[in-house]
Write a new protein. Structure first.
Length: 574
C-alpha cells in the first residue's frame, strides 16, 4: 500500500465549517508510543481517582503500579516485543490494568468479545497468534474448548471481585460463582489467577520496551459481517493520533459560552465495552490522556444497575450507541438523575435516529453529537461539532488531520451532493489487515484512502450523511432503498421503541421492504405504521411487511443485527 500524501489545507474546504479555534491538524509526534502517553498520564494524575467499578474506586497511581507489575510478569514469561496478548473481559477494573500492562511490555493487545462462541474465539486466537490471554473466569470454559488448538501458552484468569478489596472481593466472587452460578466449571491446568500473577510480578523487574510509533499496538477485529473476521492492525501512531484528534474535537463543548465550566477532572460513563474500539479510544485511552474519572459499566443492558452506578456522580461525557440512548431516555428512573454537568454525548457505532436524539435532548438537555468511524480508523473519522445544540442528521465533519472523499465504483471522487463510497485518509487509518495483504489491497486506494463500504453524501459545508452500507441496500423495482432512511421514519412514529428494516425477495418487485418493530405502546397497530409511512415515504419505499417483535437481535455493543433478520427470512416472500 502506498503511504498517504501529506494533507493540503487548501484542499480541505470543510475547515471553514470548523468551530472557532479548532486546529486543522494534531501533532501525534509528541509521543513516541502509547506507553509514553500512558506513563505521562500516570505521573501527572497519580493521586487522582481513575476508575470506579462495582463501587470500588482506584487511582491512576494504583493502575500504574498494577500495570507495571503485569508488564514485568509477561516479560518474565519470555514474551518478546510484538507478541500478541488477548484480553477477554467485560468492563471490570482489570481491563485498564491489562491494556496498560500489555502496551508497556511492548506487546500487542488483541481485544476479544467475551461473549464469543468457541468457534469465534478459536478463529481470533489462531489468526492473531496470541501467546497469552487475560480472561474473566465467567468465560474460561469457552477458552478450555479451544486452547489446545491455539498458540496460547500463558493464561491469567480474573474474578469479578479480584480488585474490590479483600472482604468485598471475596464476597462478590462467592456470589458470582456459587449464588448466581455465573462461572461454569472449567479446567485450565496451567492458568494463574490474576491476583497471584500480580504477587509474582511484584518480585520481577520491569524493563521499559523500546517502542516506535510504527510498532503495532492493537489487533482490533472487525465484526466479520462481510466475511471472515479480520484484524485491523492499529499502530501506536494510529491510536495516538485518534486520541489527540478526539481530545481537540471535544474542546468546544467544554468551553461553551454561557454554560458553567466543567470541573478540572471530567467524569465519563464507560457503558460501551472496552474491547470495542469506540470505548477503547474515546473512554480508556483519552481518559488516561486527560486524567478523566471513568465509571465502568460491566453490563449496559442492565439499566437499573447502570443507573445505580452513575447516580453518585455528576457525569460530563456519555459516549453510547443509539439503542442505549433510546433505552435510557425511555426509563423513568434515569430521567430523575442530575444532568447539569453533561456536556458531550458522543453517538457512534450505528446511526443515531432523530427521534432518539430528540428524546435524549429533552431528558438530559445535552444534544447527541453523532460521529463516524470504524475499527480500521482507530475509530473516529468524522463528528458533528460538540458545541451543537441540535441533532444534524449527519455524521459531521472530518476530524483534524483527516480527509474524507466520496468515491464512485471506479474509485473516482463524485461531485458534491452525489452518493458514493465514503473513503478516509489520515494518521488514524490502520496499517492494514493482519497478515491479509489481499484484503488490505481491496480497501486501500493508491492515494492512501481507506474505502469504508458505507455510502454517503457530502454537502458544500463538508458535512457527510450516511445513506447506508452497500450490502444493506434494498432494490425495489429498480429503485435504491436505504434501510437507514426507512428506520429513521418508522422510529419517529408514535408508539415505536426500536425498529430495523431489511429487504426480502418479492416476485413482483425483486425485493420489498420489511420492517421489524419493538413497541413502546402496545396499542400500536400495523395500520398505524402503514398510515404513518404513507405520509412520510414515497410509494416504493413504504414497508410491504410489518412484523412486531419483543426484541431485536443485537451485538453486545447494542448494534442491531439486520443480517440475522435477513438470514431468518424465507427464499421468496408472497
Amino acid at each position: 500500500m502506498n503511504a498517504p500524501a501529506e494533507l493540503s489545507i487548501s484542499d480541505r474546504f470543510w475547515l471553514k465549517s470548523y468551530p472557532q479555534g479548532m486546529p486543522a491538524d494534531v501533532d501525534y509526534t509528541q509521543y513516541s508510543s502509547l506507553a509514553q502517553l500512558i506513563e505521562e498520564a500516570f505521573g501527572k494524575f497519580r493521586a487522582r481517582k481513575a476508575y470506579v467499578g462495582m463501587g470500588q474506586e482506584v487511582t491512576f497511581g494504583q493502575i500504574d503500579e498494577w500495570s507495571k507489575t503485569l508488564a514485568a510478569w509477561l516479560q518474565s514469561k519470555g514474551l518478546q516485543k510484538g507478541d500478541r496478548v488477548a484480553i477477554m473481559m467485560p468492563n471490570v477494573l482489570q481491563y485498564p490494568v491489562a491494556i496498560a500492562g500489555v502496551l508497556r511490555a511492548g506487546l500487542v493487545v488483541v481485544n476479544v468479545n467475551p461473549l464469543y462462541t468457541p468457534r469465534e474465539l478459536e478463529h481470533q486466537l489462531k489468526d492473531s497468534g496470541a501467546k497469552a490471554i487475560i480472561i474473566l473466569e465467567n468465560f474460561a470454559t469457552t477458552l478450555q474448548e479451544v486452547i489446545g488448538r491455539t498458540q496460547v501458552k500463558h493464561v491469567v484468569v480474573a474474578g469479578m471481585g479480584d480488585m474490590l478489596g479483600v472482604w468485598k472481593g471475596a464476597l462478590v466472587n462467592f456470589v458470582v460463582r456459587h449464588v448466581k452460578k455465573m462461572v461454569p466449571e472449567f479446567s485450565l491446568p496451567n492458568a494463574i489467577r490474576f491476583n497471584a500473577m500480580l504477587a509474582e510480578g511484584m518480585r520481577m523487574q520491569f524493563k521499559p520496551a523500546a517502542l516506535s510509533r510504527d510498532d503495532v499496538a492493537f489487533l482490533q477485529y472487525t465484526g466479520g459481517t462481510t466475511g471472515v473476521s479480520k484484524g485491523a492492525t492499529l499502530t501506536h501512531k494510529n491510536v495516538i493520533a485518534n486520541v489527540l484528534q478526539s481530545e481537540a474535537w471535544m474542546q468546544p463543548a467544554l468551553h461553551k459560552p454561557g454554560v458553567p465550566p466543567v470541573p478540572d477532572q471530567m467524569v465519563t460513563v464507560v457503558a460501551l465495552p472496552l474491547y470495542h474500539i469506540f470505548a477503547l479510544t474515546i473512554c480508556c485511552l483519552l481518559g488516561m490522556r486527560t486524567g478523566a474519572f471513568c465509571i465502568l459499566i460491566p453490563n449496559p443492558r442492565d439499566i437499573p444497575a447502570l443507573i445505580k452506578e452513575i447516580r453518585p456522580y455528576k457525569i460530563n461525557t456519555f459516549p453510547a450507541v443509539n439503542t442505549l440512548y433510546n433505552g435510557l431516555a425511555n426509563n423513568e428512573e434515569f430521567k430523575q438523575l442530575d444532568f447539569s454537568g453533561l456536556r458531550v454525548s458522543n453517538g457512534g457505532g450505528m446511526a443515531v435516529q432523530g427521534a432518539v436524539a430528540e428524546k435524549w435532548l429533552k431528558v438530559t438537555g445535552c444534544a447527541i453529537v453523532e460521529g463516524y468511524g470504524l475499527s480500521e480508523t482507530s475509530p473516529s473519522a468524522t463528528c458533528n461539532p460538540t458545541d451543537s445544540n441540535v441533532y444534524s442528521g449527519t455524521i459531521g465533519l472530518p476530524l483534524p488531520s483527516t480527509e474524507i472523499a466520496i468515491l464512485d465504483d471506479d474509485g473516482k471522487p463524485v461531485p458534491l451532493g452525489e452518493r458514493g463510497e465514503i473513503a478516509i485518509r489520515g494518521p488514524q487509518v490502520m496499517a492494514g489487515y493482519w497478515q491479509r495483504p489481499e484484503e488490505t489491497a481491496k480497501v486501500m486506494t493508491p492515494e492512501g484512502y481507506f474505502k469504508s463500504g458505507d455510502i454517503g453524501i457530502m454537502d458544500e459545508r463538508g458535512y457527510t450523511k450516511i445513506v447506508d452500507r452497500k450490502k444493506d441496500m434494498i432494490l425495489v423495482s429498480g429503485f435504491n432503498v436505504y434501510p437507514n432512511e426507512i428506520e429513521e421514519v418508522v422510529a419517529s412514529c408514535s408508539g415505536v421503541l426500536e425498529c430495523a428494516a431489511i429487504g426480502v425477495p418479492d416476485k413482483n418487485s425483486g425485493e420489498a421492504v420489511k420492517v421489524f418493530i419493538v413497541k413502546a405502546n402496545e396499542a400500536l397497530s400495523e395500520r398505524d405504521v402503514q398510515d404513518y409511512c404513507a405520509k412520510n415515504l414515497t410509494g416504493y419505499k413504504k414497508p410491504k411487511y410489518i412484523v412486531f417483535k419483543s426484541e431485536l437481535p443485537k451485538t453486545n455493543v447494542g448494534k442491531i443485527l439486520r443480517r440475522e433478520l435477513r438470514d431468518a427470512e424465507p427464499k421468496m416472500a408472497a
